[in-house]
Design a protein around this ligand. Structure first.
Ligand code: DQA
Length: 150
């Protein structure tokens, strides 16, 4: 197996998972979610590096630092999804397969959550499936990378 490296990014307020609006986001904490992802990644024989920040700039710095080693990016941009052209530009510049995920079904929530400025530069987007959005997103991202590499 090729030993692909995937950067997992969690945006603002996702450090509060488990305590933050559990009716919407569930009771799983971020460390628990990262553990699930690490376990799935080892089954898929892919290397993952997980990073959370409440700061747009720190997320952009992490994307830039991860290059050229990273083969794909899995991101839950949190509220930045809805307005961050800076994060979107960082992903465009990175020019790597990108899968966007959301725990909640953003389309069944407030209108401002219905639009993401990130989705147009992503290969795909999954939402509303809780932790499965991330787990299925990881698998989909790996499939995209493998197809690209032939
Ligand atoms: C979220 C949805 C966003 O609208 C919200 O701002 C978040 C979490 C989700 O995972 O469902 O922070 O990205």
């Amino acid at each position: 197996m090729a030993g692909y490296k995937i950067l997992i990014l969690h945006g603002p307020n996702l450090n509060m998972l488990g305590r933050r609006e559990p009716g919407i986001y569930g009771s799983m904490t971020l460390p628990e979610l990262d553990q699930l992802l690490a376990r799935r990644a080892s089954e898929l024989k892919v290397e993952v590096d997980s990073f959370q920040s409440n700061s747009e700039g720190a997320l952009i710095d992490r994307v830039q630092q991860a290059l050229p080693d990273v083969d794909g990016i899995l991101v839950n941009p949190g509220a930045l999804s809805h307005y961050s052209y800076a994060l979107r530009d960082a992903f465009s510049a990175a020019d790597r397969p990108l899968v966007e995920v959301h725990l909640s079904n953003v389309f069944s929530r407030e209108p401002f959550r219905h639009h993401s400025v990130i989705t147009p530069v992503a290969d795909g987007m999954l939402c509303g499936l809780g932790a499965d959005s991330y787990l299925l997103g990881l698998e989909a991202l790996l499939n995209i990378i493998k197809k690209q590499r032939g």
